[in-house]
Design a protein around this ligand. Structure first.
Ligand code: CAA
Length: 293
């Protein structure tokens, strides 16, 4: 099956990144948000990213305009009815995702493949809201989507092997390196990353080292691009807390249990970089200062 048109639902951080790479890969791409303000905000972010590439000389102005021309922002879900693939990147809540896919299932032709960008929910449970679980996969991208080279392509026990291989090829067409992953909580990356991030918080709670010293240890000792606390703030503490809860619920293992400090920071509204405070204070964004915790 040839993929002519891609739909993306959600134009937030992840959805706009996915829409950008899809348009950059040459696919006419329709991206949907719930309001025209959110559509504009998402498209402006893409515009800014593309302009940065032009400034750096890695994209011509003409190529930028072509990419921009392949992107259409919409607010009505019915505009996705002729897409060959629809990728969902909305709020990480099962009922909202199931409701969306039930609607898409009625709208889209039988050949359309559905994908969810969920990082922790079970693909099987989302796919079960449709009559086409055999044409349903997970496509899990990483933040920032235009930069991070990986996409986890997730198959369930119901995914048709031909559809799955097509999505592996699609991931490569988007310029990503696809990895095969089964529908197990957190897939590959979060299965390993989440316990690591939670352990860094536990190390802090136990007084093993300070926020800055633990960050520097992993950055300079192991060559990680960001230390765990910088990464926690980047991913979002609310997001990490939510993922940890889902994974703990799935596996009932201590390594996925959210440490009390994380819970308290989320309750206090310290969600990381996006809220201005997390393990660091971002009052001066170029110079984050560690919080005293
Ligand atoms: N959007 C687009 N481009 C961006 C960007 C953004 N948000 N942030 C940085 N970039 C680009 C820069 O323009 C720059 O491009 P050039 O090399 O072409 O100049 C490049 O990325 C490097 O940026 P910087 O020099 O400013 O900073 P850096 O070297 O620290 O890199 C980073 C930034 C790529 C984010 C790097 O720190 C990194 O890889 N961090 C780890 C990110 C990570 O682990 N992401 C996965 C999170 S987990 C997840 O997403 C899934 C989940 O389920 C929780």
């Amino acid at each position: 099956m040839a993929i002519h048109k891609v739909g993306v639902v959600g134009c937030g951080l992840m959805g706009s990144g996915i829409a950008q790479v899809s348009a950059q890969a040459g696919f006419p791409t329709v991206v949907r948000e719930v309001s025209s303000e959110l559509v504009d905000k998402g498209l402006k972010g893409i515009e800014k990213n593309l302009s940065r590439l032009v400034e750096k000389g890695s994209l011509t102005e003409a190529a930028k305009n072509e990419i921009r021309g392949r992107l259409t922002g919409v607010t009505s879900i019915s505009e996705l009815k002729d897409c060959d693939v629809v990728i969902e990147a909305i709020i990480e809540q099962l009922p909202a995702k199931r409701e969306l896919f039930t609607e898409l299932d009625k709208l889209c032709p039988p050949h359309t493949i559905f994908a969810s960008n969920t990082s922790s929910l079970t693909i099987t449970e989302i796919a079960a809201a449709t009559k086409r679980p055999q044409r349903f996969v997970g496509l899990h991208f990483f933040n920032p989507v235009p930069i991070m080279k990986l996409v986890e392509v997730v198959r369930t026990i119901a995914t048709d092997p031909a559809v799955y291989e097509e999505m592996i090829a699609f991931g490569a067409k988007l310029g990503k390196t696809p990895v095969h992953a089964n529908d197990s909580g957190g897939f590959i990356v979060n299965r390993l990353l989440v316990p690591y991030l939670l352990d860094a918080i536990r190390a802090l709670e136990e007084g093993v080292g300070s926020v800055v010293d633990i960050d520097n240890s992993m950055k300079l000792g192991c060559g990680y691009p960001m230390g765990p606390f910088t990464l926690l703030d980047f991913v979002g503490l609310d997001t990490t807390y939510y993922i940890a809860q889902i994974m703990f619920d799935e596996f009932k293992e201590k390594r996925f249990a959210a440490p009390p400090l994380l819970k308290r920071m989320v309750l206090a509204g310290w969600h990381g970089k996006k809220s201005g405070r997390g393990f660091y204070d971002y009052s001066d964004p170029a110079n984050p200062k560690p919080m005293s915790l």
